[in-house]
Design a binder for this molecule. Structure first.
Ligand SMILES: Cc1cc2nc3c(=O)[nH]c(=O)nc-3n(C[C@H](O)[C@H](O)[C@H](O)COP(=O)(O)OP(=O)(O)OC[C@H]3O[C@@H](n4cnc5c(N)ncnc54)[C@H](O)[C@@H]3O)c2cc1C
Length: 422
C-alpha cells in the first residue's frame, strides 16, 4: 500500500482558481468590510454564486460520490474527495478573508444539518435551491441563551398541531451565522432557510431533539439582532425569535417518533462531525495568511528563513517561524485525515474533534505570535495582522469550544459516555 501526500489534481486546480479570487475579491476588501461591520460584499457573493453555478452547483457542499467508483462524468475511477476538496477550498478562501468565506452563498451550516439528518426526499427538496437564479443562504441554529456547549439544554419547543398537521415552534436562538442572509428578504437573494434545533419532548432529553427547516418569510420568525463582534465582522451573526412559527410536517428532519433513542441528537452531532474539520481548515487559512505575511516582512528586512540548517545555528526568529510551520502542517494533516474519513464514510467523531482542537490552538498561537514578532507593524491597523489575530479566535469557539472538543476526544479515547465524563 502506498501513502499519497500529494493533493489530487481537482484539489490543486480548485486551489489555483480560488487563490485568485482570494487575492482579488477578498483580501483587497478585507479592511473595508472589517471597519464597516454590517456592509455586504455583494460583488463577492454574486461572483461566487455565478462561479459555483457554472461548476454545476450553487454551493461549496461536496457532491455525493461513490467510494472508489466512477463519478458519472466519464472520468477515471478515483477515491472520493468531496470533503478533501471542500477543506482545501475553504482554507484558500479563509486565507483571503475568513469572514467573507462565511458568507459564501450556498447551504453553509444549514445544508450540512440537512445532509446529516434529513431523508433523501428532504435533501432533494431543500438543497436544490442553491443552484437557482439568485445566491441563496442557509443557516443552523442550535445555541440559546441557556444552551451553548450543553446543547441538550435547548428550550425551543416544537409542538405538533394535529388539527392542521403542522409543527409549531417557539423560542429564541442566538449567534446564528448567516442568520440574516438566510432569512431577511434581500432583493438580490433567493429564499433561504434556517435549521432550528428544538425539542419535541423535553422529558425525553436528547432523544427529543429534532432539526426543523424554517424558510425565510415564515410568519413568526424574525431576525431581532445582529451582533457586533471582535472578529469575522463581515459575517452576520443573528439572534432569531420564533413565535408560533408553523412549518409543515415534512420540515422535521428525519423521523418524528421519539423512541428511546437519541436519533435527533445524533443528527446534530453528525452535522458537527462533518463541519468541524472545515472550521479547522478555515482557521488554518487565517494562520497561513498571517505566517506568510510575517515571512514576507522578515524577507523585506533581510531575514530569510533557512530550512535544513541545524537548529542551534538558526536565529531565534528562524526557529520560531519553523516551529509555526510545523504546527501548521501537523494541524493540516489532521484535517486531511478527518476529511478523508468523511469522504470514505468512516466514523470520524474523534478525528473531527481532534483536528478542530489542534487547529484552534495553532491558529490562535500563530496569529498571536505573528502580531508579537511584527511589533508595532503587527498592532497597527495599517496591516491585516491584527485583524487575523481577532479573526482567528472564533476557530476555538464555534462548533464546540476547544474545551468541549477536548472532552469529546477524551470520551472517544477512554470509552466514556457524556454522562461519565463531563
Ligand atoms: C461568531 C459566532 C458564530 C456562531 N455561530 C453559530 C451558529 O451558526 N449556530 C449555532 O448554533 N451557534 C453558533 N455559535 C455559538 C457557539 O457554537 C457557542 O458560542 C459555543 O458552542 C459555546 O457556547 P456558549 O457560548 O454558550 O458558551 P458556554 O457553553 O457557556 O461556555 C463558556 C465557557 O465554558 C467552557 N465550558 C463549558 N462547558 C464546559 C465543560 N463541560 N468542561 C470544560 N469547559 C466547559 C466553554 O469551553 C467556554 O470556554 C456562534 C458563536 C459565535 C461567537
Amino acid at each position: 500500500m502506498t501513502i499519497e501526500f500529494e493533493p489530487p489534481e481537482p484539489v490543486v486546480q480548485a486551489r489555483t482558481v480560488l487563490q485568485t479570487v482570494a487575492e482579488e475579491m477578498m483580501r483587497s476588501h478585507s479592511r473595508y468590510f472589517d471597519e464597516d461591520e454590517h456592509a455586504i460584499p455583494w460583488d463577492y457573493i454574486e461572483f461566487m454564486h455565478t462561479a459555483m453555478k457554472s461548476m454545476g452547483g450553487g454551493s461549496l457542499a461536496p457532491k455525493e460520490e461513490k467510494p472508489n467508483g466512477h463519478n458519472g462524468d466519464g472520468s477515471k475511477p478515483r477515491p472520493p474527495i468531496g470533503y478533501q476538496l471542500l477543506a482545501s477550498q475553504i482554507e484558500t478562501l479563509a486565507w483571503g478573508d475568513v469572514g467573507m468565506y462565511l458568507i459564501t452563498p450556498g447551504g453553509g451550516l444549514g445544508a450540512a444539518a440537512v445532509q446529516a439528518a434529513a431523508t433523501p426526499e428532504q435533501k432533494a427538496k431543500f438543497l436544490a435551491r442553491f443552484g437557482g437564479e439568485k445566491p441563496t443562504f442557509a443557516s443552523m441554529s442550535m445555541t440559546e441563551a441557556g444552551a451553548g456547549s450543553d446543547t441538550a439544554a435547548i428550550r425551543t419547543r416544537a409542538v405538533l398541531d394535529e388539527q392542521t398537521n403542522e409543527w409549531v415552534l417557539n423560542g429564541e436562538k442566538i449567534f446564528v451565522t448567516a442568520g440574516d442572509k438566510s432569512l431577511t428578504e434581500y432583493e438580490k437573494l433567493g429564499r433561504g432557510f434556517v435549521v432550528v434545533w428544538a425539542s419535541i419532548d423535553p422529558k425525553a432529553g436528547r432523544a427529543g431533539m429534532r432539526g426543523f427547516v424554517v424558510e425565510s418569510g415564515t410568519p413568526g420568525l424574525r431576525v431581532v439582532k445582529l451582533e457586533h463582534k471582535m472578529g469575522i465582522r463581515v459575517s452576520d451573526t443573528a439572534t432569531l425569535s420564533l413565535q408560533e412559527v408553523r412549518v409543515p410536517l415534512d420540515h422535521l428532519l428525519g423521523s418524528p417518533t421519539v423512541e428511546q433513542t437519541t436519533e435527533g441528537f445524533k443528527g446534530a452531532m453528525a452535522t458537527f462531525d462533518a463541519t468541524r474539520p472545515l472550521v479547522a481548515a478555515s482557521g488554518l487559512g487565517v494562520a497561513r495568511a498571517a505566517l506568510e505575511f510575517l515571512k514576507q516582512k522578515l524577507a523585506e528586512s533581510g531575514v530569510q528563513i533557512r530550512h535544513g540548517v541545524p537548529r542551534q545555528k538558526l536565529s531565534n526568529v528562524e526557529r520560531e517561524v519553523i516551529d509555526m510551520e510545523i504546527m501548521w502542517k501537523s494541524a493540516w494533516l489532521m484535517v486531511i485525515k478527518a476529511v478523508w474519513m468523511a469522504d470514505n464514510k468512516k466514523p470520524n467523531a474523534l478525528e473531527s474533534s481532534m483536528c478542530k482542537v489542534k487547529a484552534g490552538d495553532v491558529t490562535t498561537k500563530i496569529t498571536q505570535r505573528v502580531v508579537e514578532i511584527l511589533g508595532p507593524l503587527g498592532y497597527s491597523r495599517e496591516f491585516l495582522a491584527e485583524k487575523w489575530f481577532r479573526d482567528a479566535k472564533i476557530t476555538d469557539i464555534y462548533e464546540g469550544t476547544g474545551q468541549i472538543n477536548r472532552l469529546i476526544v477524551a470520551r472517544q479515547i477512554l470509552g466514556y459516555s457524556g454522562h461519565e465524563l463531563r
